[in-house]
Design a protein around this ligand. Structure first.
Ligand SMILES: Cc1cc2nc3c(=O)[nH]c(=O)nc-3n(C[C@H](O)[C@H](O)[C@H](O)COP(=O)(O)OP(=O)(O)OC[C@H]3O[C@@H](n4cnc5c(N)ncnc54)[C@H](O)[C@@H]3O)c2cc1C
Length: 382
């Protein structure tokens, strides 16, 4: 038995994790290791494709390895280079300061979910519709009519969920114009490179995942999309204006029957604690996808939260202490990164700024690496 397992068991905390994406799954694995009882709720059946660029920064590897998670055991591919192209196809390449890896969410989330089950996590496949906090405990109400109790709830239900509406979270009632589209292709692209291609109204990321598949995922403003009517028209009229994207789509063979899409992607600040639920991953805040750091942030926030919960239980702290500690640690880890993402998003949406930026950065390659570092963290210490 390790040092902190016994006190955690003594407190016999029952922790509900609502949403089994990267943040929820990582938190579940971490908390199971510490000896807590973990019940995870997920509305979907795995394996399942998700809209995501599927490039993950290496910064999380030391932490994941400490939890016995190694994505290379699941055929992840190493990514070391970055390429940026402007609306007109001007290109700039650089080495990634930390590097990363490519792996499909279909594979990754499924494998992590298997680990949660193997380590004793209780799995409930159901949609959580309502969470009530009363008498210092939670009641969790599922769509099936089932009801569960817990001492703590981790809200790891992603960018947008029925629970955001049930909790009257502010961002939910504000419409947003951003939509995301993703598909896998068979195509010839460098295996170790993630590339980002600007177009009018958005940007498109391309990188390899396992089994020689190429993931293509773009974020676009709804107005740019509406003007061309459908996905095919959008590709022809908008995406293909970037010569790099045109030559990619001319050659690539789609592996999905049709691309996946999501809408109403909000980058607005969110409350970190809502009705005493501890928000984690995208439920706590979403960085602009062009930074390629959302998954690393989801995993990092699971680490911060799991460590705060362990300290809360083993030091017999108050709920207020837990909420304050998590909030302070989350903000000091992510506030400046989120801000850098917002600024970069604005630059990349401006054709002149992107062209000028690429021209100047070609003369100062170190500056691009510095900009990438601003949107990423350092390798997570364990
Ligand atoms: C277009 C786009 C491209 C991106 N590309 C990248 C990239 O290349 N690299 C990167 O690092 N990040 C990228 N991101 C960000 C990344 O996808 C997210 O930050 C990451 O998935 C967050 O993980 P999460 O665990 O918070 O949420 P998710 O992975 O979304 O998981 C949330 C889970 O909660 C479940 N759920 C929701 N509501 C309920 C409910 N009521 N009851 C039960 N279950 C529920 C969902 O089914 C889901 O499985 C991208 C994002 C977008 C929009």
């Amino acid at each position: 038995m390790n040092d902190y397992l016994e006190p955690a068991l003594k407190k016999n905390l029952n922790i509900a994790v609502v949403g089994a994406g990267l943040s929820g799954l990582t938190a579940a694995i971490h908390l199971l290791r510490e000896g807590f009882q973990v019940q995870i709720f997920e509305k979907d059946d795995y394996p399942k494709h998700k809209v995501c660029g599927e490039y993950i920064s290496n910064e999380i590897l030391p932490y994941w390895n400490s939890l016995s998670i190694d994505p290379f055991d699941w055929s992840a591919v190493k990514i070391e280079e970055f390429e940026l192209t402007s609306f007109s196809g001007k290109s700039l390449k650089t080495g990634l300061p930390l590097g990363g890896f490519g792996i499909s969410r279909y594979n990754l989330d499924f494998r992590l979910a298997q680990l949660v089950r193997e380590k004793g996590g209780l799995w409930t496949q159901d949609t959580v519709e309502r969470i009530q906090f009363e008498n210092d405990a939670f009641e969790i109400y599922c769509r099936s009519g089932k009801q569960f109790s817990s001492d703590l709830v981790i809200g790891s239900f992603g960018k947008r969920s029925v629970l955001d509406a049930a909790l009257s979270r502010k961002f939910f009632s504000n419409k947003t114009p951003w939509m995301g589209i993703k598909a896998h292709y068979k195509a010839d692209v460098p295996v170790n490179r993630v590339s980002l291609h600007a177009f009018n109204g958005g940007y498109c990321g391309i990188s390899k995942v396992e089994k020689e598949r190429v993931n293509v995922c773009y974020l676009t403003h709804l107005d740019a999309f509406k003007s061309s009517g459908n996905l095919k028209g959008f590709q022809e009229v908008v995406l293909n204006k970037n010569p790099y994207l045109k030559s990619f789509f001319d050659e690539a063979q789609p592996l999905f029957e049709k691309p996946l899409s999501i809408s109403q992607i909000s980058f607005q600040p969110k409350e970190l604690i809502n009705n005493h639920i501890l928000m984690c991953g995208d439920s706590a805040g979403l960085i602009h996808p062009l930074c390629g750091n959302g998954m690393a942030m989801a995993v990092h926030s699971a680490k911060i939260l799991s460590e705060s919960i362990t300290a809360y239980a083993t030091q017999s702290q108050s709920r207020e202490w837990l909420e304050k500690t998590y909030t302070n640690n989350w903000q000091s880890a992510f506030s400046s990164r989120l801000q850098a993402g917002r600024v970069l998003q604005r630059v990349l949406q401006n054709e002149t700024a992107t062209n000028l930026g690429i021209k100047s950065l070609r003369l100062m390659p170190g500056v691009l690496r510095k900009i990438i570092s601003l949107t990423h963290g350092k390798p997570l210490e364990v």
